[in-house]
Design a protein around this ligand. Structure first.
Ligand SMILES: C[S@@+](CC[C@H](N)C(=O)[O-])C[C@H]1O[C@@H](n2cnc3c(N)ncnc32)[C@H](O)[C@@H]1O
Length: 454
């Protein structure tokens, strides 16, 4: 595989600007003689800005992409991001692309449309389901979804309401009584469909839950917004069905005559920290991924409505999933003998222990996050083909004024495991929370793409 760099010359100007910005902020963010300063100096020449990537590292870039626009998986990156990196890595049919944190399945979907075989895993049942179902939309014929929807509609009212995990607190307040009953009946009507129609309609059903509820997927979890205008489930489904029909036509136009049967992705419900049971067809040659960020977001809360409608029977089962995913959220548990796995993590944890934190569990979460990510990278080293390329989007984080250069720490860990760090591309700078800004000043926080080679 040949290695294509980004448009280097143009970035020179950017690079000089970065150095200025970063130098002025460096003094503010890392104490003299700190491990983090050493890391920054070590990787300085591998770092460069490519701020045109800023919209493609987020879901916003998918707003007009057929099928990817249907279900708002807000932690997803954009289709264009995956296409861009497949191109940079010169990928073709002989490659095998792997996403160990597949989410919506953007990596596999884009690989498929590029004629490249792929495999993905996710530990969150709803993400596994979504990324497994998304490729099925490419096989739909025109009007198929519309006709099925017309056949379901008259049956909804007469259906028995489906069982849902009503003991989960958010389920008791998320919906009006009327919408909850209608959604449960609609769910039962969908459950009776034959495969693959059932999965396609379940996908659409999950995609309307947010708008039919008093909740909103923003911030660290699912926020309750009692004054929100909510949609009627039948109208919301009808809108989704129309969007799908539009996308069936658009995809034919954008990819005429595409043959996708040979590149159906393999998708597993599995843990990226242990790849020993994954049935890879062969050694993956490319990883394009983004792990959960160390930012306290809890996927089992953000996606709790979907989980409660289909994947868990009760609160106990939901909590079991919460404690089974990567430890990037505040309820993450840490074992007594677990210690920070890198000196920079140790430094941050020590600095935080001297401060008054708004949540005392933050240092444990940070330690657990890096232990888990180190394990993930070790697994990649085991399964990847020699020479394989990795592009991973990561967000740096800042707690109580302590900046954590996640991109640099993970890169040094990867190096210790055996990878070569090729580039650290800064895609965008984010601000800080208003609380942090007031107390510690405004410091840009990087969202980067780390590029490694095995
Ligand atoms: C940032 S999202 C990935 C989004 C994806 N790139 C996309 O375009 O949709 C991170 C994903 O990691 C998943 N995840 C969390 N813990 C995991 C684990 N231990 N193993 C595999 N996946 C995990 C989450 O469920 C989430 O879907």
């Amino acid at each position: 595989m040949r290695w294509k760099m980004g448009s280097g010359q143009k970035q020179l100007i950017n690079q000089q600007q970065t150095s200025c910005t970063e130098q002025t902020t460096m003094a503010k963010i890392y104490p003299p003689n700190s491990v983090r300063r050493r890391l920054k100096a070590k990787f300085e020449d591998k770092m460069r800005e490519e701020l045109r990537l800023s919209s493609s590292v987020s879901y916003v870039g998918n707003k007009r992409v057929p099928f990817l626009r249907i279900y708002r998986y807000k932690e997803a990156f954009a289709f264009s991001f995956v296409k861009d990196f497949l191109n940079r890595f010169d990928a073709d049919f002989n490659d095998y692309v792997f996403d160990p944190f597949s989410g919506l399945g953007t990596t596999m979907f884009a690989s498929m449309l590029s004629g490249i075989p792929s495999i993905g895993i996710d530990k969150l049942p709803v993400a596994y389901f979504i990324s497994k179902t998304l490729p099925l939309f490419l096989f739909l014929r025109e009007n198929e979804v519309k006709e099925t929807w017309e056949s379901i509609k008259p049956r909804i009212e007469k259906s028995e309401p489906a069982e849902v995990a009503t003991d989960v607190p958010i389920m008791q307040v998320a919906f009006s009584e009327q919408n909850l009953l209608l959604l449960r009946k609609l769910k039962s009507a969908i459950d009776e469909l034959p495969e693959p129609c059932r999965d396609i309609f379940l996908f659409l059903f999950f995609s309307i839950l947010e708008e039919c509820s008093f909740t909103s997927k923003d911030g660290q979890f699912l926020r309750l917004k009692r004054n929100k205008r909510v949609s009627n489930p039948i109208e919301a489904m009808s809108k989704k069905v129309s969007q799908v029909e539009e996308d069936v036509r658009r995809i034919r136009f954008l990819y005429p005559g595409i043959s996708i049967d040979k590149v159906m992705p393999d998708v597993y419900l599995a843990d990226a920290r242990d790849l020993s049971n994954i049935k890879f067809r062969r050694k993956p040659t490319i990883i394009i991924t983004s792990p959960p960020y160390a930012n306290r977001y809890d996927y089992t809360r953000t996606y709790s409505l979907e989980l409660c409608f289909h994947f868990v029977k009760n609160f106990e089962e939901l909590k079991a999933i919460r404690f089974g995913i990567l430890r990037s959220h505040i309820e993450s548990k840490i074992k007594k003998d677990e210690k920070p796995p890198h000196p920079a993590v140790e430094e941050v944890v020590a600095a935080l222990s001297r401060k008054k934190l708004n949540n005392p569990k933050i240092p444990d979460m940070i330690t657990a996050y890096f232990i888990d990510m180190q394990q993930v990278i070790k697994e990649w080293y085991k399964v990847l083909a020699s020479g394989a390329k990795v592009a991973m989007v990561v967000d740096n984080v800042r707690f109580e004024g302590e900046m954590i250069p996640v991109d640099l720490i993970l890169s040094e860990m990867a190096e210790e495991i055996g990878f070569e760090v090729k580039e650290i591309i800064i895609a965008r700078y984010k601000g800080n929370s208003s609380q942090q800004m007031k107390k510690y000043g405004r410091v840009p926080v990087r969202e980067s793409i780390v590029v490694w080679e095995r």
